[in-house]
Design a protein around this ligand. Structure first.
Ligand SMILES: *[C@@H]1O[C@H](CO)[C@@H](O)[C@H](O)[C@H]1NC(C)=O
Ligand SMILES: *[C@@H]1O[C@H](CO)[C@@H](O)[C@H](O)[C@H]1NC(C)=O
Ligand SMILES: *[C@@H]1O[C@H](CO)[C@@H](O)[C@H](O)[C@H]1NC(C)=O
Ligand SMILES: *[C@@H]1O[C@H](CO)[C@@H](O)[C@H](O)[C@H]1NC(C)=O
Ligand SMILES: [Zn+2]
Length: 502
């Protein structure tokens, strides 16, 4: 994941309303009884940080398998680190005997890797220039040279583009996805494209689904672009040199799904985390934390009976744009879709400078039931005397396909590259002015990058949600439709996955 942190509200202790799912249950014994229908307190009592930490150490050693190819530990799709992760998840569940039906779902995925790049405008190297994710290389993976040419408006229609043969397009961000601009530039004959931010600051993003029309594309900040826009408008020439050595290739990767054999198969509680990391690092918090939480809860659940089916998913290709979860939902028949009563997303549960964040998933904008789930999370934090914040439910993680296909969704997180505010420091401790996860998408997302207090507490919360819904969905809104009203008014969203696309 994950989130671009604009905490949209700060909910203080004691302000949330009471849940229909009481946390305190009648059970008194903390020693769980096998062969009883699962109860929250009992399942939670089996969650210990020591086993989570052991799993994190194992996962890091698996990420080291990626070193040979990437020169550092990684679990990016296609790497040995990711294949090892899949084996670890699969074999852990397989060892639990016949409690679960375990399956692999393979699907095609696109991966990109930029090996080298440079951009020179006039005689200067713009400091903010970076290649966009999934960019193709420049021709023959060699530098190309040509004058810079300004594209009109937002560069979202063919008529915005002059003849760009042997030229480099300079295009504003805005109105349509980066991938559309790159393809239109390519069709107009451009040898490369530079997209500049129309808001303040640096820009980075992805071209999304590859197109044969895409050209090598960089992004730069508003400030870096300004002098060149002025020159071009004054009729001056800006000689440009662009170079990207990159590959974009198709591979197969795999989602792993484990479903309880017991429990009503027509009423499933589903939860997921992503098994992959970015290429830049081992991804122990993102999303080792979420995927290991699922593994631990799945392991402990086998001690109980369930009323409703519970389905765990470990998605692949999340970092490339939610590929695994998109694929999974896209191939569900309407009948299968309607069997999923809700989907819970667990992406980054142990950020070192954490906040307890709950997706603000409401029934007004999302499938009905999303808000009941949201309130189950907030009631848990409140009943533990903890603060939480609401964060936008804006398409940056694997819940997106579910809510777009009528399935109620939600989840919790602890923060990515957002900056902790002074107010949030008061609520959660930690360091104001730093990122929630200073190692987000980097080399240093190792075992040392986990806050174990937050991780254990959040894993107990995941256990609480699983136990609550596995036990009963009677109070939970029934599924009605496999469609969701399009709340965006048909406009593409800024995010579909962790990377900006518009
Ligand atoms: C949550 O989202 C709803 C829209 O669905 C919005 O009205 C509300 O203000 C949001 N709440 C917070 C705390 O941001
Ligand atoms: C499923 O994938 C896992 C992980 O790659 C692998 O170990 C296992 O053998 C596969 N199982 C089947 C039935 O293909
Ligand atoms: C919750 O936030 C308040 C400040 O609004 C703070 O005084 C309190 O200590 C926080 N509680 C916890 C458990 O951190
Ligand atoms: C995790 O967070 C807790 C609560 O803020 C803090 O007391 C603890 O020192 C942190 N642990 C680590 C390893 O950062
Ligand atoms: Zn993630």
């Amino acid at each position: 994941m994950a989130s671009f942190y604009l905490p949209v509200a700060l909910i203080l202790l004691g302000q949330a309303c009471a849940s229909q799912y009481p946390l305190v249950e009648t059970e008194t014994s903390s020693i769980p009884t096998v062969d009883e229908v699962v109860k929250s307190k009992s399942l939670q009592s089996r969650i210990h940080v020591d086993s989570l930490l052991e799993r994190a150490k194992t996962l890091y050693s698996i990420a080291e398998l990626g070193e040979e190819e990437y020169n550092h530990p990684t679990r990016v799709i296609g790497s040995k680190g990711h294949l090892g992760t899949l084996d670890y998840i699969y074999s852990t569940i397989a060892q639990l005997g016949d409690y679960y039906t375990l399956s692999n779902q393979s699907f095609p995925a696109v991966v990109g890797n930029v090996f080298e790049s440079h951009l020179v405008l006039g005689s200067q190297v713009p400091a903010s220039a970076i290649p966009m994710s999934l960019t193709p290389p420049t021709k023959d993976k060699e530098p190309v040279f040509g004058p810079l040419a300004l594209v009109s408006n937002f560069g979202c229609s063919t008529s915005d583009y002059p003849d760009l043969s042997e030229k480099v397009a300079l295009i504003s961000r805005g109105d349509c996805p980066f991938g559309t601009k790159s393809a239109l530039a390519g069709r107009a004959g451009a040898i490369a494209a530079v997209i500049y931010n129309n808001e303040k600051g640096a820009l980075g993003g992805t071209l999304g689904t590859p197109s044969p029309d895409h050209v090598a594309t960089f992004s730069i900040s508003d400030i870096d672009a300004a002098p060149y826009i002025r020159k071009l408008k004054d009729g001056e020439q800006v000689d440009t040199s662009a170079y990207i050595d990159a590959i974009v290739e198709s591979i197969e990767t795999t989602n792993i799904i484990a479903q309880t054999k017991e429990g009503d198969p027509d009423n499933c509680v589903m939860l997921g985390g992503h098994s992959d990391s970015v290429a830049e690092g081992p991804g122990i918090n993102d999303d080792g934390s979420g995927s290991l939480t699922l593994l631990e809860v799945a392991t402990q659940l086998v001690n109980y009976r369930v009323t409703n089916c519970v389905r765990f998913a470990w998605w692949a290709g999340e970092e490339e744009g939610l590929l695994g979860s998109d694929y999974y939902v896209s191939v569900l028949s309407p009948e299968e879709n309607l069997k999923i009563r809700l989907f819970m997303d667990y992406d980054m549960l142990a950020s070192p400078n954490f906040a307890y964040q709950v997706y603000n998933a409401t029934n007004a904008l999302n499938p009905v039931g999303s808000e009941e789930l949201r309130d189950l999370y907030t009631d848990f934090y409140t009943s533990h005397g903890l603060n939480f914040t609401y964060i936008p439910f804006d398409g940056r993680s694997d819940y997106d396909a579910f809510i777009k296909h009528g399935i109620p969704g939600g989840g919790i997180a602890t923060g990515a590259e957002g900056v902790k505010t002074e107010k949030e420091r008061e609520l959660f401790g930690g360091v104001a002015g730093d990122w929630f996860d200073p190692c987000y998408h980097q080399f240093c997302d190792t075992v040392a990058n986990l806050n174990l207090t937050a991780w254990e507490l959040n894993t107990k919360l995941v256990a609480h949600t699983v136990a609550t819904y596995a036990r009963s969905l009677e109070e939970f809104p029934k599924r009605k439709s496999i469609k969701t009203a399009d709340v965006s008014g048909g406009l593409p969203s800024k995010y579909h996955g962790p990377k900006l696309q518009l």
